[in-house]
Ligand binder design. Structure first.
Ligand code: X2X
Length: 343
């Protein structure tokens, strides 16, 4: 919060309480305040309309109700608390108690957390959730627990990522050559687009829209739900259904804040957050089939490339071999347990 002005702070608090409160099951604010014992600040980088925020708000309401107002999970959506990189520092220091973040940016701190983002690894959601709810996810959560964070058991969905561009559709690997593309701050993402001879630039999500608008970059890549709720269709013409990476969001807690909660409250919080994650997964999966029509009505042009040549290009560039060495054989074997053989 240090870099925030007082005005920003008041706006943040005001906006957050709109999200956190305001439904019929919330007790009167005076009563809620009296009863609240644990105010937990939860931040994320997504628009209020994204299913993650919709379901997180439901979870906050359910938690408040089941704990008789003792636990108040306050939501700070839309990057109000700062960039992805800032929020990651805040959840480690305890300035915020919870953060949802993908393996993508989290990997700057916990390298193996990006392993699910290996290009063209997962074929479909069945493979994704088998891995993330299975041994691969458990391996990643153990690594997360070593840096002062706790990850809830159920990862939330971000989605399969697709390339959008203002200058040309991506139909074959050659179309990525020289493409100025925004990627999240993550060594794995940068390395993959470099293997395609693209020109990737790491930009935090909160700055991605303006980077596209001002043509600092011509392309970006995100799941359809983000292309819609982030209004990227206003500054991007083409959407190529590459599905090149799957990434989700870990619901991360500061380990000290988590330990301060009595065990009975901890289990209520975890129960509702994990249940909300399951609903959010279904929302995002449904959106990934309906949003194409909606984005077309905003003027986007879609194409669906054959992904085999993309995978072959990465193989030839040594991309899979390089990352297998980086992650190590144990983690790599856990990934390949759920996908086809990659390297
Ligand atoms: O930054 C992105 O592109 C986003 C919103 O998808 C992530 O959080 C990785």
């Amino acid at each position: 919060m240090n870099s925030f002005s007082r005005r920003d702070f008041l706006q943040t608090v005001g906006a957050a309480s709109t999200v956190a409160l305001g439904t019929s099951i919330v007790p009167s604010s005076a009563r809620a305040q009296q009863a609240t014992q644990f105010k937990l600040k939860y931040a994320n980088n997504l628009a209020i309309a994204h299913p993650l925020n919709v379901r997180a708000k439901e979870a906050a309401d359910a938690i408040r109700q089941e704990t008789g107002g003792r636990v108040d999970l306050q939501i700070f959506p839309n990057g109000q608390m700062g960039t992805d990189t800032d929020m990651l520092s805040q959840v480690r220091s305890g300035a915020i108690d919870f953060l949802t973040q993908g393996g993508v940016v989290l990997s700057t701190l916990v390298p193996v957390s990006a392993i699910n983002g290996i290009g063209f690894a997962f074929k479909d959601y069945d493979q994704v959730w088998a891995a993330m709810d299975g041994e691969l996810g458990a391996h990643i959560r153990t690594a997360i627990s070593k840096v002062g964070l706790v990850a809830m058991d159920k990862a939330w969905d971000n989605g399969f990522r697709h390339v959008t561009s203002s200058i040309r559709p991506v139909q074959s690997p050659a179309d990525l050559k020289g493409l100025k593309i925004r990627v999240p701050v993550s060594p794995l993402w940068t390395s993959m687009f470099k293997a395609f001879d693209a020109s990737p630039t790491s930009i935090n999500f909160s700055e991605a829209y303006s980077a596209l608008q001002t043509k600092v970059v011509d392309a970006e890549e995100n799941p359809l739900a983000l292309i819609e709720t982030g209004r990227f269709y206003e500054v991007q013409k083409y959407c190529s259904l590459t599905g090149h990476i799957w990434d989700g969001f870990w619901f991360l807690g500061n380990a000290r804040s988590w330990a301060k909660l009595p065990p009975d409250l901890r289990s209520v919080v975890a129960k509702h957050l994990n249940a909300a994650a399951m609903k959010e997964r279904a929302d995002v999966a449904a959106l990934s089939t309906t949003l194409e029509t909606q984005l077309k009505s905003h003027g986007m042009a879609f194409n669906k490339p054959d992904i085999q040549p993309f995978r072959a290009t990465l193989q030839k560039a040594g991309f899979y071999d390089q990352w297998r060495k980086t992650y190590g054989d144990e983690a790599w074997a856990l990934l390949e347990k759920y996908t086809q053989k990659l390297a």
